[in-house]
Design a protein around this ligand. Structure first.
Ligand SMILES: [Zn+2]
Length: 448
């Protein structure tokens, strides 16, 4: 049989093998027309101001030279001869924004039950088509890197791989696959009877006991998770659980964190409640997401241990705005979390807890991520600190600071421009006029 491989069969093999090769991890820039080696175009970006995120200062008269996917220089040097010059005029150049808390594979639409129904009914391939659209929208909003913290059916892994292969357009993605949580907890959020929808197990992140949870973590990493997300406490948009109670035991938390850290994967803990945060911090998580009911003592502990807060003000803003449209139990949780969150955020600022920008995109429509800067500034964070949270500091939390987060020679050419002086109008981050990702111009609304 092997010897009688016909020419037609061989052609079929080739046709099926080529897309697999293109999608293989580790192969980059597999676009239709990859630039020939050594022929990388030099692009010079000019604008009235630059906020390079190496500090809190805005500098005037910026020139950034980009070659291929890298930044060559940032300063006021004369552009090299023959370079393509893009003059953005009265604008501020910044590092591409980073959102440390997104859900790129889904989006709350219409009413709550419609969303739950869609999540159950959509095939993975169908989810992926939506996800590709959300990813593009996110990139066009100036977010060139995201950390995705929870998805179904490994659709996020597929999306990341497709973006890396040049098949889909989207931000650099670090992604968690399924969030790890307990049966009946925030991530086990379908209240359907078990004879209608099969209860989930460790492959889909739902686990009990240290061994079960270790297995759940191993499965996410096996299929490509860059980090691990857990539900340390209850959540807002799940129907059966109280918002603040711990949902994982100390033994489960320790098993999860030790297994993830062994693989050099960070652990992001969804957590509203204070007692749950205490347990998660003791187990060694790297960040607390949301943090609505954290006390000052817990915030101090985070500061001393270098645990980041990812405040997701955008989620708080959105669930408060939409509360009337949610089922009553969820509306009550949304209001309670929102009422506590502002004071917690102000205390975190005052105490100097490290803060990384995250929005919970998907809870609100994708592409509005830039509102997070203004929402943090509204509560007293300086515009410069908000910008650092969404660039340099988010890069540090997610472990990509050698590649992105600041505008410096040698880093990836992920560059955003917003109109005017960004420190005098932080809301300018909501409508970037220029977005470059890995040296490719994604958005250019003015200039030449
Ligand atoms: Zn989330």
């Amino acid at each position: 049989m092997t010897a009688s491989l016909t020419a037609a069969m061989f052609r079929t093999l080739l046709v099926t093998a080529i897309p697999l090769m293109v999608a293989a991890p580790g192969l980059s820039a597999a676009s239709d027309t990859p630039p020939a080696p050594g022929s990388a175009e030099t692009i010079v970006l000019r604008a009235a101001h630059v906020f390079d995120s190496t500090g809190s200062a805005l500098k005037d008269g910026a020139t950034i030279v980009v070659s291929g996917d890298r930044i060559v220089s940032v300063g006021t040097a004369m552009p090299p001869a023959g370079a393509r010059v893009i003059d953005l005029g009265d604008a501020t150049l910044l590092p591409g924004f980073i959102d440390a808390h997104t859900h790129l594979t889904s989006q709350f639409e219409k009413d709550y039950y419609h969303f739950v129904y869609d999540r159950v009914m959509r095939f993975p391939a169908e989810q992926a088509l939506y996800a590709a659209q959300y990813a593009r929208r996110t990139l066009e909003a100036g977010f060139t890197t995201v950390r995705n913290v929870g998805a179904q059916d490994f659709v996020d892994i597929g999306l990341r791989n497709a973006i890396n292969a040049g098949v889909a357009t989207g931000p650099r993605m670090l992604t968690a696959a399924h969030g790890i949580g307990s049966p009946g907890g925030h991530f086990d959020d379908y209240a359907f009877p078990p004879d209608r929808v099969q209860p989930w197990g460790p492959i889909k992140g739902i686990c009990s006991g240290p061994e079960g949870c270790r297995e759940a973590v191993r499965y996410q990493m096996k299929w490509g998770a860059d980090l691990i997300k857990i539900a340390a406490s209850g959540g807002v948009l799940s129907e059966s659980d109280p918002v603040d109670v711990p949902q994982l035991t100390p033994e489960e938390l320790t098993a999860i964190v030790s297994e993830a850290h062994k693989w050099n994967r960070k652990v992001a803990a969804h957590c509203h409640g204070d007692a749950a945060a205490r347990l998660a911090i003791a187990a060694g998580v790297d960040s607390i997401e949301h943090g609505s009911f954290l006390t000052e003592d817990t915030l101090k502990l985070m500061k001393s241990k270098g645990v980041y807060l990812v405040p997701t003000r955008m989620a708080v803003y959105w669930v408060s705005k939409m509360a009337d449209t949610y089922p009553p139990k969820i509306a009550a949780k949304a209001r309670a979390a929102a009422a506590a969150h502002g004071n917690m955020f102000k205390a975190a600022l005052r105490l100097g807890v490290p803060i990384a920008l995250g929005t919970d995109a998907g809870v609100y429509p994708h592409g509005m991520n830039g509102m997070e800067f203004g929402l943090m500034a509204d509560l007293g964070m300086s515009p410069a600190a908000a910008l650092l949270a969404g660039t340099r500091d988010a890069a540090k939390l997610i472990g990509v600071e050698s590649e992105v987060g600041t505008l410096e020679a040698g880093k990836a050419a992920d560059i955003v421009a917003v109109p005017g002086n960004v420190l005098s109008d932080i809301h300018a981050t909501e409508h970037p006029l220029f977005v470059m990702h890995l040296g490719q111009v994604v958005v250019q609304k003015s200039g030449n």
